[in-house]
Design a protein around this ligand. Structure first.
Ligand SMILES: [Fe+2]
Ligand SMILES: [Fe+2]
Length: 331
């Protein structure tokens, strides 16, 4: 008989991280709108505000150890690790940890977006973009609130941030150039979130998380659209050196985002053999499809901004996601 896995529940994250930042805060006395499209998105943002504490039905009972998403979507499904897993005792723990890990990183990503939006209020020169960033900060605050409440009250477990995601968020926040903050947050992190949220809605059977993700997704679609509109034309005629920074940033950030879905933290706390688990995630058909689809919004938006240069395309090809080039951009 094979021994059981040594399951341990992770300690909730605590403490703070200080990210040194340096960017110019710009006061702009010209309050007029320079883009009707951008001002329309600001108007839409105000109209579409929803209250996370009253709109969502938190009275819904959630069993975090039930099969809220089909077992077939677990990365180890069908492997020898799956055969070894005690379906009565260990499978429910694994389900709870997978959900906690996924939504914890969404929560931490939302906090990164909240700080980035707040920075953009000051850093962007354009009046339309300042007003819009202020509404986005309010959106992100609600997103933080909703995911945090779901994790604490329903899953009763929160994971610390994934190291790859943490590095990416800190890079975006520490960056001094505002267009790179947009690129990192609105185009890459939120573009990925938009695709991931869409997949959750299509695969989850748990009504509360579906309604949370649905509401957040509506906001994120606007944030991504704003990023694309704000950056359109920005890179035409940019010097090679400056452009090279953007290309490197996109390639590095895409690799970090791609690698953050290996679920190392879950395998570690399940007491399962790490190497075997990572191999299972790497070859699992559903996980490969998932990691690939995460880029379905990013690649066409990068293309629309004129940044799908040979270097960026090579980076996307390495991740196996270049085919999304022909997809429709968000805006
Ligand atoms: Fe958000
Ligand atoms: Fe957002």
């Amino acid at each position: 008989m094979t021994p059981p896995f040594d399951v341990r529940i992770p300690a909730p994250p605590t403490g703070t991280v200080v990210v040194p930042t340096s960017y110019d805060s710009i006061l702009n006395w010209d309050y007029g709108s320079s883009s009707e499209k951008l001002r329309n998105l600001y108007e839409k943002s105000k109209e579409a505000m929803w209250n996370a504490s009253s709109y969502l039905d938190f009275s819904i009972d959630v069993d975090p150890e039930a099969e809220n998403t089909p077992n077939e979507l677990l990365p180890i499904y069908g492997t020898r690790l799956w055969d070894r897993l005690d379906k009565q005792r260990e499978l429910p723990k694994l389900r709870r940890m997978m959900q906690a890990w996924m939504f914890s990183n969404f929560l931490h990503g939302e906090q990164g977006a909240l700080l980035a939006a707040a920075q953009l209020v000051a850093a962007v020169p354009d009046a339309d973009a300042k007003l819009y960033a202020a509404t986005q900060a309010m959106d992100e605050a609600r997103h933080v609130e909703a995911y945090d409440r779901y994790l604490r009250q329903k899953i009763e477990l929160t994971f610390p941030i994934n190291p790859h995601l943490s590095r990416l968020l800190q890079d975006v926040l520490a960056e001094s150039r505002w267009d790179l903050k947009y690129l990192g947050m609105q185009i890459l992190v939120e573009g990925l979130a938009l695709a991931a949220f869409g997949m959750i809605i299509h695969t989850s059977r748990e009504p509360l998380i579906c309604s949370i993700v649905q509401m957040i997704m509506q906001d994120e679609a606007r944030h991504v659209a704003f990023g694309v509109l704000a950056l359109e034309g920005k890179y035409e005629g940019m010097s090679k050196g400056e452009l090279d920074d953007r290309e490197t940033f996109i390639v590095d950030a895409s690799r970090l985002m791609h690698d953050r879905f290996m679920a190392e933290e879950v395998w570690e706390h399940m007491g399962m053999p790490m190497k075997e688990c990572l191999e299972a995630v790497a070859v699992s058909e559903t996980q490969r499809a998932f990691r690939k689809l995460l880029f379905s919004k990013i690649v066409p938006n990068v293309e629309r901004l004129g940044l799908l240069t040979p270097k960026v395309r090579a980076g996307f090809e390495e991740l196996g996601v270049a085919e999304f080039e022909s997809y429709e951009p968000t805006a």
